[in-house]
Design a protein. Sequence first.
Length: 116
Amino acid sequence: MALPSDVQALLDELEPEIRKAFLEAIDRITSQAQLSTITAHLQAGNVEAAILALRLDPVFFQPLDRAIMEAYYRGGVLALASLPRIPDPFLVEQRFSDLMAATFAPKPGAGSTSED
């Protein structure tokens, strides 16, 4: 099933940004020395040591997090823009209030009915 053209255009625009942010995050946490240490741990079957050798820091993934948040935001804006407009409920209430005020307003030329 094909996506709507505006959604596909947004995906085509955002995909390179997210890919770049992901690859930059991976580049920050890997070096050739780290990679050989991690590989050695994995080949020895020591997964915990391999994970510790990665020395993952959330800071490494901040650009990726930002790119993903931007994609969600822009997707939300796109989705909201395609929704039908909802009438302003306060305009209805204001028209009702105006109608009620006009209905119960004193008629011009009508005298006062209260006795002094």
